[in-house]
Structure formats: C-alpha cells, structure tokens
Design a protein around this ligand. Structure first.
Ligand code: CU
Length: 148
C-alpha cells in the first residue's frame, strides 16, 4: 500500500507535492513531545567516517543528536531527506547559543566543534547522510539514518 501511495505520488507530484516537503506542523509535534524522555545519541566525525555510521531512531521519540568533529578537517552532516522526515526543535551549540529553525539541509562542523540537533522523528524510512566536502563521501564518509 505504501509502495502504491509512493508511486501514485510520484505521478501526481505536481499536485500532491507533500513528498518533497518538510514537516509542516513541526512546531506542534515538538511542543507535544515529552522532552523529559529525550534520548541522547552521539555521532563522531573523523577522516573519513561517521561513528557510528548507521543510526536507527524511533518515530515519536524525542532525541538530542550530538554531532562532534573529532577529526582534523571540517565535515558536513548532510541529510536532506532525513531533515525533511523530522520535526526539528533546534540546533544548539553549548558554547555559543542555539538556532531555532523549522528545518535544515546540512550542518557543518568545524574541527573540534560540537552541535546538538534536537528533534522528533516523524516519517519512517531510511535516509542517507554524507559529507559534501571534496571527496570525503567517496572516501567513505557516508552512513544511513533510519526512522522506524
Ligand atoms: Cu568530511
């Protein structure tokens, strides 16, 4: 059924459109979530990998995704499909402040940097994550983000 809906939507994309959209009621989802039950997951970036490379999140469960660059180069956490599948609360730097925005396409980490992404997974699926700097992705800097 889901496959049929996806195929139908591909045909009708100019009409339904939602397949390519971000979560429009992210604010409501973020507000309704129980942040006392937040789960923290940490991803370290190095040359050239995410550790761990494959993550699984539970739909509806609030998360803090800690992104740390432990490498010697700048790295990206680019995941356009994933950012469209989550309700974003904010991205926070524990040193500098926080950015509240409905969605992102990529997050860049300076050497030694850390940013925390607060979000609630919404749309189930498996989404790629990769680094868009030079040939980092080809060198192995990619992974998967799954929402179940
Ligand atoms: Cu990189």
């Amino acid at each position: 059924m889901k496959r049929f809906a996806t195929a139908l939507c591909a045909l009708l994309l100019p009409i339904c459109g939602f397949a390519a959209d971000y979560i429009t009621n992210a604010g409501d989802i973020v507000k309704a979530a129980d942040w006392d039950k937040m789960v923290t997951v940490t991803v370290e970036m190095e040359e050239f990998a995410y550790e761990p490379g494959d993550l699984v999140f539970k739909a509806g469960q609030p998360y803090k995704l800690v992104l740390k660059n432990s490498g010697e180069k700048k790295h990206y956490f680019t995941a356009p499909g994933f950012y469209k599948a989550i309700a974003t609360r904010k991205v926070q730097s524990n040193k500098d402040g926080e950015i509240k925005a409905p969605y992102f396409t990529a997050i860049e980490l300076m050497v030694g940097g850390q940013l925390d992404l607060y979000f609630v997974p919404v749309t189930k699926g498996e989404f790629p994550v990769y680094c868009t700097i030079d040939d980092h992705r080809e060198q192995g800097m990619e992974g998967s983000l799954t929402i179940r």
